[in-house]
Design a protein around this ligand. Structure first.
Ligand code: AMP
Length: 117
């Protein structure tokens, strides 16, 4: 655990979150500032700063994270109409929290993936 990391502190129960799914290695909770009708963050409990670090250092954890995201998508009823799963990584993507997290977005039409150029 990194004591300076917001999401590590959520995993530790030091900061409250609306948890929707938990496994031995992952936690999923509602985003505090939702960008869609359903907006859940899915994280590994172990600290990895971004998806590259997770994939490189913990392939099994990467698979766990994907399985957890799929389970939440099913549980939230997103499978039929679809959803978006994304990892903001680094400055160009505007990553704000450096504990890898998948954004699971859905529950309504999400529009184009990026602004029209
Ligand atoms: P990113 O920009 O990809 O790093 O996304 C960070 C996300 O964390 C944003 O969507 C925030 O709204 C969300 N967030 C920040 N603090 C909290 C919190 N305490 N509980 C839940 N979500 C949070």
């Amino acid at each position: 655990m990194d004591n300076n990391c917001l999401f590590c502190r959520i995993v530790a129960g030091e900061i409250p979150a609306t948890v929707v799914h938990e496994t031995a290695t992952t936690l999923a909770f509602r985003d505090i500032d939702p960008k869609a009708a359903v907006h859940v963050l899915v994280i590994p409990k172990e600290h990895h700063p971004d998806v590259v670090a997770l994939a490189t250092n913990d392939p099994a954890g990467s698979a766990d994270l994907l399985a957890a995201a799929a389970a939440v998508a099913e549980a939230e009823g997103l499978r039929t109409d679809g959803f978006r799963l994304l990892f903001n990584t680094g400055a160009y993507a505007g990553q704000e929290v450096f504990h890898v997290h998948a954004h699971l977005l859905g529950g309504e039409p999400l529009g184009p993936m990026l602004a029209i150029r």
